[in-house]
Write a protein that binds this ligand. Sequence first.
Ligand code: ATP
Ligand code: MG
Length: 393
Amino acid sequence: MTKSCLTGEVPFKVGGIVEPPYFVGRAEDLAELSRDLRGLAQNRLILAPRRFGKSSLLHNLRLSVQTERDLLVPYVNCRDVASYADFHRATVSALLAEIERTRPVSGLVKRYAEVFKGRLTRALERLEEIGGAIGETGRVYLKFRDRTLDERELVRDTFRFFRALAEEKRVKIVFMLDEFQEVTAFDVYMFNLLKKELDLPSQVRYFFSGSSMRLIGRIFLHEEAPLYLMVSRHFMGPLREDVVATFVQERLARANLKIKPTAARRIHDQTGGIPFYVQKLGAILVQRSLLDGTSEISVAHVERASRAMNDELDSEFEVRWLHRFSPLQRRIVHGLASLGQARVTELAAHIEAKPTDISSSLSRLREMMVIAQEEDGSYVLVDIVFARWLREA
Ligand SMILES: Nc1ncnc2c1ncn2[C@@H]1O[C@H](COP(=O)(O)OP(=O)(O)OP(=O)(O)O)[C@@H](O)[C@H]1O
Ligand SMILES: [Mg+2]
């Protein structure tokens, strides 16, 4: 990554969770969600396509309530959860880390680690020292390790533990379950348990986040889904044009670069305001300007950098193109890329299909958050960088 000459600070950060000054906009999302967090108002489902900044939003949401000692916000990435036991270990560890962060207990997570993988006698000693609800759940886990208790009993106890701990420590707990579409380990039994938990009046709440409406839909949104109507949805859009323009201007200034207002706005157009692309395009612009000795970035520079970005993303887009879509979905996506925006009839005519033949694929693609429907009913591709790549490929 290119370092700025003045401050030694990297001008843009591409990939991974970001904090200010790399995290911008999202003021309304943060205000609304942190109100719900503090008030334990409701369970939430945060939805956005890939790379819109969900994980970063969750992270900054946690930062925004960091000073509240009585609010624990454990974060779990569900990508790492492949079994009920994983769920137990991941949630309990995250919760203990939160206790350690907010209370004067040191080494809790480390001491507790004995329960997961240490010798039994040592583990029991540690649990004796720790005591309370944590000691109790640790002993339950040891029974599971011992195979005198099955996974279902373990996971039932896990939920009981959350409630017991909230009561014992007089705290509110809001779990952030990121990438929830990845919870392959969950089945009807688990969803029923979760449903019961969401229904219970308690000091424990859940914020789910995900990027595939199709998978998430099966869990939350269809009428027959196990958690139907149990959560309130929150959609994240792209970053606004003014937010993007101010951001790139400020970050480029860190690298001693100026940008024309029209060029700053062009960055928004070229990226659709999708945060990941904004940062990537910014990083490319800095690199190229240093190489060329440019000091003020123009629209032409932005356009050249966009082409370079497309080239860099080429293999990733190719994999997406080949593996993510069915043949009919590919025709639809390609058709939409060349039309830009189209109603069903227009799109069907363009790809030489009947509207009725493509309607279920269209709703599938919508659930995958690959396409979106505009107010007038027409369809567009969400990822406009990918769309440009398709047009040019
Ligand atoms: N609010 C923001 N302001 C500026 N850049 C951002 C913001 N949010 C995210 N980004 C940029 O987008 C990248 C991806 O962000 P993040 O990992 O939070 O997205 P995500 O939606 O969780 O992605 P994925 O779907 O891959 O899990 C970050 O590394 C950063 O470059
Ligand atoms: Mg993420």
